[in-house]
Structure formats: structure tokens, C-alpha cells
Design a protein around this ligand. Structure first.
Ligand code: NAD
Length: 305
């Protein structure tokens, strides 16, 4: 009798040029390495690149070298101008034909689509793949990826996104990952404000925080900002309100995403008045010294207005 059969799928290990190994990019790059891929890292901070080298990776000689002789480029950069400069000046002129391009940064939809177009004109497959899940999700490899690009580019990118994330959603064509990200975060910003205002009103009406939570968490006011991220201490022990609003998700990041949503509304001709108002309130909150405070801390500004 013959023994059991084992079927192996030979998985090709890739060399990945990685731009931006900061809070998010660092752990994402380390997870790619742990899965057996070789990361060639580049960052403006040599110390951050050294962390990748210490874990068995390579240091790119410079920005141009990061895109040379690699199978995949991944970028995790602060904002649109960084992504535009890196792709137009470093990646597109230096990457070999067939290199897969994955931009995981959160940037404006227009810049993302312009970079996609420039990449397509040179024959590269590209996806925009912004994330949600924060540094904890990046470290655990449990990020949600919202992906824009062709079916072919998505399928190719999935191999790598599956290593860094748990929930990978193909949102449509070029820039649609960015579109999904800012629509979601605009909802989040507005919902947090609604929950914060309701708790402040409850305080003034003599209604206990826990009682409002017990009602609304199972009634029609229910939402993530209430049940997972409650902006007052007590009802949800893991929410940042219980640790003096240490982030979490900093107010500066929420403001960045709300501004991106307003940019997108302007260029797409959408009317998003609540989104605009949320952006105004978060501007006031962040600019009064709270950039690094968790975004749920805006309840303190509302309470003291
Ligand atoms: P970060 O500032 O820690 O990392 C960005 C890195 O890019 C820095 O180390 C910086 O030195 C590097 N960099 C800047 N310009 C560069 C260039 N030209 N070439 C190479 N490296 C360059 O920021 P982060 O928190 O890791 O965020 C990165 C992206 O992820 C942002 O777009 C952010 O909006 C998004 N994001 C962050 C979080 C979060 O919780 N931190 C969550 C979701 C999405």
C-alpha cells in the first residue's frame, strides 16, 4: 500500500524594495521577512533601516537602488507628495519591467490615480492598498487592506498583502482603495463626534455614562465609536478614554483623513457638510496642542466649549 501523498506548491520567495519603514512600514516589512521574503529597505532614517537589517534584511544604497533588481516595491509613506516623488523619480525610472508596485500609504485619491496612470504608461501593474488596523495590526499581521487596481494586479499583490493583513478587500480600479479608506474614516470621525456630544449632553441632563451606554449599545445609536472606542472611561475598559486618551489613533491622523475626504469631495463634486464640520472641529482640537492625543479625546473639547 502506498503511503500518504503530500502536495507541495513551490512558493517563490521575492525580493521586495520597501520605502518607508516607520511605525507601520517597519512591522509590515518584518512580517514579509518572517514569511521568507527578502526586504531591501529605504527610509530617511538610517536607524529605522538598521532595524530591518538586524532582522536579516538588506539596506538599499539609496532611493533609486530600492527599486532596482526587486520583484516587488512596497511603499508606506506619510502623504501624497512623498508617494508622487518616490514613484516618479525613483521607482518608475529604475524598476525592472514586471516589478509589481504596492503603495500602502494613505494619500489623496487624485495623487494615487495620477501615480497609477504613470505606472500603467510604463507597463507596471500597481495597486493602492491603504490599511486600517494601526501599529498593533501591522505588528500582528492582521491589517485590513482596501485595494484599488486591476484584477491582475490585485491577484499578484494578494500574495504579499495576505502576509501583512487578515482582511483584504478589492474595492475596484485605481485609487478605489484610497476612496474606501477616506469614506470609512469620514464616517468614523463624524460618528465619534456624535457619540461624544451625546455623552456630554447626558452629563448635563444627569444621565449616568454607563446607563446611556447600556441603552445605546443595543439600540439605534449603536456604532463602533460607542461599543469599541467609547470616549468616556468605564463602559469599554479597553478604549483610550481609560488611559488618559493615549492613542490609539491620534487626532492628527484623523484630521489628515478628514482633510483628504474634503479634498476628494471637492474634486468629485460631492456635498459632505458633516464631513466638513468634523474636519473643522478636529482642526480646532488638533491645533490646540492635541495632535498626539487620541481622536476620542475630542470629548474634552466639546465638554469645555
Ligand atoms: P511614519 O512617519 O512612522 O513612517 C513614515 C516613514 O516614511 C518615516 O520613517 C519617514 O522617514 C519615511 N519617509 C518619508 N519620506 C521618505 C522617502 N522619500 N523615502 C523613504 N522613506 C521616507 O508614519 P506611519 O505611522 O508609519 O504612517 C505611514 C502611512 O500609513 C501614512 O500614510 C499614514 O496615514 C498611514 N497609516 C498610519 C496608521 C497608524 O496608526 N500609524 C494607520 C493607518 C494608516
Amino acid at each position: 500500500m502506498s503511503g500518504p501523498f503530500f502536495f507541495y506548491r513551490e512558493e517563490k520567495m521575492a525580493t521586495i524594495g520597501f520605502f518607508g519603514v516607520g511605525h507601520m512600514g517597519g512591522p509590515m516589512a518584518l512580517n514579509l521577512q518572517k514569511a521568507g521574503h527578502t526586504v531591501k529597505a529605504f527610509d530617511l532614517s538610517a536607524d529605522l533601516v538598521q532595524l530591518i537589517v538586524d532582522a536579516g534584511g538588506l539596506a538599499a544604497k539609496d532611493a533609486a537602488d530600492t527599486a532596482k533588481d526587486v520583484d516587488v516595491v512596497v511603499s508606506m509613506l506619510p502623504a501624497g507628495p512623498h508617494v508622487s516623488a518616490v514613484y516618479n523619480k525613483e521607482v518608475l525610472p529604475n524598476a525592472a519591467p514586471g516589478t509589481l508596485l504596492i503603495d500602502c500609504s494613505t494619500i489623496d485619491v487624485d495623487t494615487s490615480r495620477a501615480v497609477h496612470k504613470a505606472a500603467a504608461e510604463k507597463g507596471f501593474d500597481m495597486v493602492d492598498a491603504p490599511v486600517s488596523g494601526g501599529v498593533g495590526g501591522a505588528e500582528a499581521g492582521t491589517l485590513t487592506f482596501m485595494v484599488g487596481g486591476s484584477d491582475k494586479a490585485f491577484e499578484a499583490a494578494r500574495t504579499y498583502l495576505d502576509i501583512m493583513g487578515k482582511n483584504i478587500v478589492h474595492c475596484g480600479g485605481a485609487g478605489n482603495g484610497q476612496a474606501a479608506k477616506i469614506c470609512n474614516n469620514m464616517m468614523l470621525g463624524i460618528q465619534m463626534l456624535s457619540v461624544a456630544e451625546a455623552f456630554v449632553l447626558a452629563e448635563k441632563l444627569g444621565l449616568d455614562h454607563q446607563k446611556l451606554f447600556d441603552v445605546s449599545s443595543t439600540a439605534s445609536g449603536q456604532c463602533w465609536s460607542l461599543t469599541t472606542y467609547c470616549p468616556v472611561p468605564g463602559p469599554v475598559p479597553t478604549s483610550p478614554a481609560n488611559r488618559d486618551y493615549q492613542p490609539g489613533f491620534a487626532a492628527a491622523m484623523m484630521l489628515k483623513d478628514l482633510r483628504l475626504a474634503q479634498d476628494a469631495s471637492g474634486s468629485a463634486g460631492a456635498v459632505t457638510e458633516m464631513g466638513q464640520h468634523a474636519a473643522d472641529l478636529y482642526t480646532r482640537f488638533a491645533e490646540s496642542g492635541n495632535e498626539g492625543v487620541d481622536f476620542s479625546g475630542i470629548i474634552n473639547m466639546i465638554r469645555n466649549s
